[in-house]
Design a protein around this ligand. Structure first.
Ligand code: ADP
Ligand code: MG
Length: 290
């Protein structure tokens, strides 16, 4: 802890403050998330340990980078030091667009989608698309079990200072050993983005993250979530029907079709990240960024 100098508080997490810190060794600005576990049940504490372990495993340009953690046992707190995303989060961007009556340009939307697909690909399929070459010419593939994010929403997608998207807040995420048989039970995320399989069976799989991503991309365009209702029952019905209003006219039918594919009510027919990453438009985005 002495290696960092405390700077401004930048956010309020569900379990404590989030503040900017300066690493004394090199002056680098990082973020420290404080989590008070004193009121957590044993189960929640286990979940917390698993969040930290998940973060450690995930090293990807589109996932908020974890650096280290400290446990303050007397204070029942854990501190996680991570990358600072100075561009804020997508919820802020959506709010600003609404206020100024602006739309996010379509090429920006495709770009955001591409980066989030790459982040999810890493979570779901252990970075199988990311072989990094080491000096001796050998390729190493990072691998870890399937990780479900389970809370993809505008507040949990961050931006750094260079237009890079970073998926963050893995507080509700879960590691599953076998994604095909072991469904993560119990719903924990944002109700607006709840997928049909959750509404009906309360099971969560990799495709549920895809559904939430579809909701997010829709909201980036429409500045409203695709499914809204005043009651939970009304919302459930809308989600199960899966009908969405058309996007504002400036957006292409290609984008609408991609969102519709992510919002396929039948999760078996909903494509995986691997399939979306094969789309021509997405491949072009990856090429441009390289
Ligand atoms: P919670 O689990 O409570 O939702 P989050 O990790 O989503 O916590 O953080 C809450 C808020 O703190 C975010 O919406 C954001 O404003 C800010 N924040 C969190 N992490 C970062 C980061 N790495 N860089 C910049 N801001 C962050
Ligand atoms: Mg959050």
């Amino acid at each position: 802890m002495d290696n960092y100098e405390n700077l401004d508080v930048i956010g309020q997490g569900s379990f404590g403050l989030i503040r900017k810190v300066r690493r004394k060794s090199d002056g680098r600005i990082l973020v420290r998330k404080e989590i008070d576990y004193s009121k957590m049940s044993e189960k929640e504490k286990k979940q917390l340990v698993s969040e930290v372990n998940i973060l450690r495993e995930l090293r990807h340009p589109n996932i908020v980078r974890y650096y280290e953690r400290f446990v303050d046992r007397p204070g029942s707190r854990i501190f996680i030091v991570m990358e600072w995303c100075e561009g804020g989060d997508l919820a802020g961007i959506i709010k600003q667009c609404k206020k100024e009556n602006k739309r996010i340009p379509e090429d920006v939307v495709w770009n955001l989608l591409t980066q989030l697909l790459l982040a999810l690909q890493e979570c779901h399929h252990g970075g199988t698309s990311f072989n990094s070459s080491s000096g001796d010419g050998k390729t190493t593939t990072t691998s870890h079990p399937t990780i479900l994010h389970r809370d993809i929403k505008p507040d949990n997608v961050f931006l750094d200072g260079a237009q890079n998207v970073k998926l963050g807040d893995f507080g509700l995420s879960r590691i599953i050993a076998n994604p095909d048989v072991d469904f993560a039970k119990t719903f924990v995320g944002t109700p607006f983005y709840m997928s049909p399989e959750l509404v009906s069976e309360t099971s969560y799989n990799t495709k549920s993250d895809i559904w939430a991503l579809g909701c997010l991309i829709y909201e980036l365009c429409a500045l409203e979530p695709p499914f809204q209702a005043k009651t939970q029952a009304g919302l459930t019905q809308k989600i199960q029907q899966g009908r969405i209003d058309p996007l504002p006219s400036q957006y292409s039918s290609e984008l609408m079709a991609t969102i519709k594919a992510m919002l396929n009510v039948n999760y078996m027919k909903r494509p995986s990240t691997t399939e979306f990453l094969k789309l021509h438009r997405i491949r072009m985005c990856i090429k441009e960024r390289a």
